[in-house]
Write a protein that binds this ligand. Structure first.
Ligand SMILES: *Cc1c(COP(=O)(O)O)cnc(C)c1O
Length: 390
């Protein structure tokens, strides 16, 4: 046996379970992607506001750069020689927008989620996380010294039970959730979580807004804005790589938490900071965010229509509450084949399988973007059900 036989055997097992992954060979053409010469409407994108393809925005940014061109690299961690005015400027603007004391930037949402919990949670801290939180949060919990428990997805009676039983046993309890769940498209009840914080004095809230920032709230600050919870969330985390068409992440928090993270958070301390050029682009888009209200409204209309039709045709409860609409088929092979058929019909739909989602809930995750038209959606809906019956 050669040393690599083991890996080949494991990969073969994944192939048999329809769980083998590879990079798709695709070419982006605005809201379409091309694969093997076939053009498909992209229904798998996280570019929820359609900003990634907005030529006018990019042009305006490039013109602004003529005044002062930011560095293309930071060459270092911010704690050494890599601190640039672009970071401080965006952090200040964000803290002001969220009306909170502080904001701290990270290289990605993955860095944020694997770094914050290990930094702030010790053995006297209990982490209590929703069963469906993102893999990056799970990795963060694993890297921390803190004990943890999971509560059933969005089951606040279960969460209350855990808090009731445990709150006297720990110095702190950190409740961790996404605001909008990435695979099911449903929301956490943030006001209920804030209520728990009032009820149990040592509870802190950690909320991941990866899919909410830019898309929800009148100012586009996310689900926490929409639910009037901005002042109460201790760790409000979000990413720039989705609706905000850039790269990187943030936490909005109290100043003491920011200072503590700067002193203890390993992915922040030991990784080269984002290119200032990238951060300038993020700030350029973040500033414009209040003006994307028409895009947000259009996206909400499209989403309501798709959710309604999926619920009606499949005779099931609303599949979600947002612009992320899961089309759950259950079986891996059936999901893969349905996705392939939709692709043949000109729709770039991707199958989501375990381990990304629980076994038996394989699905096509339909995610809508603001640059899709009503006509395009209606045509897609026709194809979706044709292909489901076949
Ligand atoms: C995408 C995502 C992340 C990771 O963010 P990146 O900036 O892509 O690393 C974290 N949390 C959730 C819920 C996500 O969907």
């Amino acid at each position: 046996m050669s040393k690599s036989d083991y890996f080949a055997v494991q990969l073969e097992k994944l192939r048999q379970k329809e769980q083998y992954r590879r990079f798709p060979q695709i070419v982006h053409k605005g809201k379409f992607v091309e694969q093997n010469g076939r053009s498909m409407l992209n229904l798998a994108s996280n570019d929820y506001l359609g900003l990634a393809n907005d030529d006018a925005l990019q042009q305006a940014f490039l013109e602004k750069l003529a005044e002062k061109r930011p560095h293309f690299t930071s060459s270092s961690s911010r704690l050494l020689t890599g601190n640039f005015s672009e970071y401080e400027s965006l952090e200040q603007q964000m803290a002001e927008a969220f009306q909170r004391e502080a904001c701290l930037l990270f290289n990605s949402g993955y860095h944020a989620n694997i770094g914050i919990l290990p930094a702030v949670a010790n053995k006297q801290t209990l982490i209590v996380a929703d069963k469906l939180v993102h893999a990056s949060i799970i990795d963060g919990i694993r890297l921390s010294d803190a004990p943890f428990v999971r509560y059933r997805h969005n089951d606040y009676a279960h969460l209350h039970e855990i808090l009731q039983k445990q709150h006297l046993n720990y110095e702190r309890i950190i409740v961790v959730t996404e605001s909008l769940f990435s695979m099911d498209g449903d929301f956490a009840d943030l006001p209920q979580l804030v209520e728990f914080k009032r009820q149990f004095g040592n509870v802190m809230l950690y909320v991941d807004e990866a899919h909410g920032i830019g898309v929800y709230g009148e100012q586009g600050l996310g689900v926490a804005e929409q639910m009037n919870c901005l002042p109460y969330i201790d760790f409000l985390v979000g990413t720039f790589g989705k609706a905000l068409a850039s790269m990187g992440a943030y936490v909005v928090c109290d100043q003491v938490i920011k200072d503590y993270l700067i002193n203890t958070m390993r992915p922040l301390i030991f990784s080269t900071a984002l290119p200032p050029f990238n951060v300038a682009w993020t700030e350029f888009l973040f500033e414009k965010r209040p003006h994307f209200q028409a895009k947000r409204q259009h996206l909400m209309q499209l989403s309501a229509r798709l959710r309604h039709v999926v619920a009606e045709k499949l005779n099931m409860p609303m599949p979600s509450e947002s612009h992320i609409v899961p089309f759950i088929l259950g079986d891996n092979q059936c999901t893969v084949q349905t996705a392939q058929r939709l692709q043949q019909q000109g729709y770039y739909c991707l199958p989501i399988r375990p381990p990304t989602v629980p076994v038996g809930t394989s699905r096509i995750r339909l995610s809508l973007t603001a640059d899709i038209t009503h006509d395009e959606l209606e045509q897609f809906i026709e194809q979706l059900f044709l292909c489901n019956i076949n």
